[in-house]
Design a protein around this ligand. Structure first.
Ligand SMILES: [Zn+2]
Length: 85
């Protein structure tokens, strides 16, 4: 399959997506990925999906920070009750 939408083919773009979204690529590689995404609808959809996934993972980690602290406080309180009883 010939891909004329940029310097990179779809497979190498998909493989580099996480590094691209993490801003871990050098400028030249990031520019190649960016150019490919602008020209290639399937890869753009894939990149959007991965970016949402990444956002969701980060949001999930933030939401879980509070319940963990709460659970630790509850467990500490239970231990105190048990020590008293
Ligand atoms: Zn592509």
């Amino acid at each position: 399959m010939t891909d004329r939408s940029g310097a990179r083919d779809c497979e190498s773009v998909v493989r580099a997506l996480w590094d691209f979204l993490d801003a871990e690529l050098d400028d030249a590689s990031a520019a190649e990925i960016q150019a490919h995404l602008e020209a290639c609808e399937p890869c753009r959809a894939h990149a959007d999906f991965e970016r949402r996934l990444l956002d969701e993972l980060l949001a999930m980690r933030r939401r879980e920070a509070d319940p963990d602290a709460l659970r630790a406080r509850i467990e500490a309180a239970l231990r105190e009750v048990e020590a008293d009883g």
